[in-house]
Ligand binder design. Structure first.
Ligand code: FES
Length: 123
């Protein structure tokens, strides 16, 4: 069902866990299945210098969390906001059609974490 890239990120997920001193935390759920993803970000000079996640979801959701975290780590906030589920799915060499909805979680949770960071930021 899953290709080898997806299986690699599912079995060896990168950047898992949480950040005790996160600058922003975003949590989103998949209404279709009730699974949840929580993303923690550390921001310096408008860049995501670190990112972690806790994903309570299927293999596709975990693989997307892992790949998305690799794709935005070190990137600017604007670049991270622009990440799409299609880009994550493409980087994973594709996902089964019925799992496309699961790939929404990672980009949405990253945006939610950035919104949280911005709401707390005092210039
Ligand atoms: Fe719930 Fe994929 S089935 S996130």
């Amino acid at each position: 069902m899953y290709n080898s890239t997806v299986m690699d990120h599912f079995q060896n997920p990168r950047n898992t866990g949480d950040l005790s001193e996160a600058d922003g935390i975003g949590s989103v759920g998949n209404p279709a299945c009730g699974d949840v993803m929580k993303i923690f970000i550390k921001v310096e000079d408008d860049r995501l210098v670190d990112i972690r996640y806790q994903t309570f979801g299927c293999a596709a959701a975990i693989a997307c969390s892992s790949m998305a975290s690799e794709m935005v780590k070190g990137k600017s906030i604007e670049e991270a906001i622009a990440l799409t589920r299609q880009e994550v799915a493409d980087a994973l060499d594709g996902l089964p059609e019925e799992k496309i909805a699961c790939s929404n979680l990672a980009p949405d949770a990253i945006r939610a974490a950035i919104e949280d960071y911005r709401s707390k930021k005092i210039d």
